[in-house]
Design a protein around this ligand. Structure first.
Ligand code: GAL
Length: 658
């Protein structure tokens, strides 16, 4: 598999390049990413291109058996370009224009950005099209952000016209009669900029949601523009982009569509944070429903102004193996060597400022040697998840615009379920609401308040064919344009869940209600929201235990087709979510990878050519001794284990059954 680093040769003198490449080779590295911020060095003046330095680097790397991913450098347009075309600078919602001094100072609706992007990307592609060292391309760097300039407003109007066709339709869908906001023609339409409130989410909910969608489409189109150039000139190269963890500024399913595979940038930080990177890996895998790359894997303390904790011995390797355990097919560390200048002086790499190989280098080298021996046993192997969590960006935006309850975040609700599944040793795919759910025993769709025909059809089909679905509060309450429906809730999903919603309300911060189960002797705290359910064909599983609605149905189950649809009118609290998920998992007959939770120990399985490998990672600062049934071999150390296994602190085993 590919294993390497993000390398910035432009930060070092030429004499160092041979030494770096030799050290990389000795660490069993076979790929580097280059040049994603090197526009000013490749085109120091308009129309004057200098590839000589990059050619030299690529040649040295190739001589050492190292392939290259080239970044298109559009995340850092140089000063000469910004001075010549200041319209490339984005404008924030308060009307302030960005200045020079950082990066990503780009409005994606600037024709000038497009024009100069076309030139630099074509030049690079032409120059490297026959270069055998180049394996592929990363487009730009960590796309994101929204601009509110006049060019974007114009493009927004065009986007809306395509969507709504007539201005009357737009007025109807947004409900602009409210507060006399009726638009008479497309040119009158605004973008959600500063108005009376500094919070743009107080604008019309239909308008804000459409702006989020429009901006997501804008960035996807800018990426596609670059992809089209590359596909024409270098059809034999792969193309990817480096996504950001749980970022929700754009629809990642759309961004992933045109790429060969997804990559993402993983900076887990400390051992207190083992579940979040796991979730982010599963999000990345779900975007194209396949394995992915980590384009930036943490290799040292992070920091711009403030420095994060230093990864302990073994931890860098452990987090890199966690990526692999969740489906990464390439590990590329950020960065090779810590930079002595610039904003990221303290964002540490494999080597420190002095460039001397030390602990982190030797740890990376050890892993490189291991991967060389064993990676063929799991590379491209899939994750046999039985549970899907549905993440829908449009719905995430609805709850960002109107959280409903103070501090409620859609992603935190997903996270709550995910963490409990993680602790119960259950693998999860995070998928889109229109993904094929057929292979999952259980699908969790916590917050599909916005629905459309496709989503509704998908949920009915899944349950009808035997799937088990659980959905939560406000499901089906809005149409796709963010208007609340006037039907009895949960609207078109009534038949599926076999209930009607009688009444709803919030559970204020730090207050709880109770879910009292009818059959099981179980009581669970719940928070955030309550919905009083009125069963039509559904059975009551649990009732609220407090407040004026004490005794009202809170959790129901409806038999539909060959499957079952559960509706929960509240949110199991942080404290009790494990209990609830354990119950749900039993109901769905899901088999965990290990039958009891072990704090700080992570289980993950990949299947390659029908053969399973089981990763067990010990994130704790103490050794663990785990009982196992049967005999296994740890493929890293070629060591046999029977009935139990010992894993040192910050270490792992990869087991095959024998
Ligand atoms: C990433 C980014 C890198 C580098 C790193 C450390 O998000 O892609 O270019 O900036 O963070 O700050």
């Amino acid at each position: 598999m590919f294993y390497g680093v993000d390398y910035y040769p432009e930060h070092w003198s030429e004499e160092r390049w041979e030494i770096d490449a030799k050290l990389m080779r000795e660490a069993n590295m076979n790929i580097v990413r280059l040049a994603e911020f090197a526009w000013a060095k490749i085109e120091p003046e308009e129309g004057k291109f200098d590839f000589s330095w990059l050619d030299k680097v690529v040649e040295i790397l190739e001589k050492n058996g190292i392939k290259v991913i080239l970044g298109t450098p559009t995340a850092a347009p140089p000063k000469w370009l910004m001075d010549k075309c200041p319209d490339i600078y984005p404008v924030d919602y308060m009307g302030h224009t960005y200045g020079f001094g950082l990066r990503k100072h780009t409005c994606y609706n600037s024709e000038n950005l497009y024009r100069y992007t076309e030139i630099i990307v074509s030049k690079m592609a032409e120059h490297y099209k026959d270069c055998s060292a180049v394996f592929g391309w990363q487009i730009d760097n960590e796309f994101g952000g929204r601009c509110y300039c006049d060019k974007c407003q114009k493009a927004f109007r065009k986007w809306l016209k395509k969507k709504y066709i007539t201005i009357d339709q737009l007025n109807k869908e947004w409900g602009t009669i409210f507060w006399s906001q009726v638009y008479r023609n497309w040119d009158e339409i605004i973008s959600p900029r500063y108005s009376m409130s500094a919070d743009i989410t107080t604008h019309n909910p239909g308008l804000v949601l459409d702006y989020y969608r429009f901006y997501s489409d804008t960035i996807v189109a800018f990426q596609k523009f670059q992809i089209d150039i590359l596909r024409k000139i270098v059809p034999h190269h792969v193309i990817t982009h480096n996504f950001m963890k749980l970022y929700n500024g754009l629809n990642y399913f759309d961004l992933a569509k045109d790429l060969d595979f997804v990559s993402w940038d993983n900076y887990p930080g400390t051992s207190d944070n083992i579940i979040e990177p796991a979730l982010a890996h599963d999000v990345a895998r779900g975007l194209k429903n396949t394995t992915f790359w980590v384009m930036e894997q943490q290799s040292g303390p992070r920091g711009w102004q403030i420095i994060s904790e230093n990864p302990e011995p073994g931890q860098m390797r452990l987090f890199a193996y966690q990526s692999i355990a969740h489906g990464a097919d390439a590990i590329i560390y950020f960065r090779w060597r810590t930079c002595p200048f610039g904003t990221e002086q303290y964002w540490h790499g494999i080597l420190g400022h002095d460039g001397v190989p030390r602990r982190r280098y030797f740890e990376a080298k050890q892993m490189g040697e291991e991967l060389k021996r064993i990676s063929s046993m799991f590379e491209k192997g899939n994750i046999p998840a039985q549970v899907a969590i549905i993440r829908c960006y449009d719905n995430e935006w609805v709850f960002e615009i109107q959280p409903h309850v103070k501090k409620f975040r859609y992603i935190d609700h997903i996270r709550r379920y995910y963490e409990a599944l993680f602790r119960n040793n259950i693998q999860v795919d995070v998928v889109s609401p229109v993904a094929d759910l057929g292979k999952y025993k259980l699908a969790i769709a916590p917050q599909l308040t916005l629905t459309n025909e496709k989503i509704i059809e998908n949920l009915y089909k899944y349950v009808k064919n035997g799937g088990i679905l659980i959905s939560g509060f406000r499901t089906g309450a809005r149409d796709w344009n963010n208007r609340i429906i006037m039907d009895v809730l949960p609207g078109e999903l009534r038949e599926l869940f076999g209930i009607e919603i009688e009444e709803y309300g919030i559970i204020p911060e730090n207050k709880f209600n109770l879910l009292k189960f009818e059959k099981e002797n179980m009581i669970i705290n719940c928070d955030t929201w309550y919905e009083i359910l009125s069963p039509i064909t559904a059975q009551v599983i649990a009732r609220f235990g407090d407040n004026f609605f004490e005794g009202s149905p809170a959790l129901t189950m409806n038999n539909y087709g060959n499957g079952r649809a559960y509706y929960i009118g509240s949110v199991p609290s942080e404290k009790d979510i494990d209990k609830f998920v354990y119950w749900l998992v039993k109901e769905s007959e899901i088999h965990p990878l290990y039958d009891k939770p072990i704090p700080g120990v992570e289980f993950s399985c990949r299947v390659k050519d029908g053969k399973e490998v089981l990763f067990i990672l010990n994130h704790n600062s103490k050794e663990v001794n785990i009982e196992l049934i049967g005999s296994y071999v740890d493929i890293i150390k070629s060591k046999k284990w029977e009935n139990h296994i010992e894993i040192p602190s910050k270490d792992l085993v990869i087991l095959q059954k024998i």
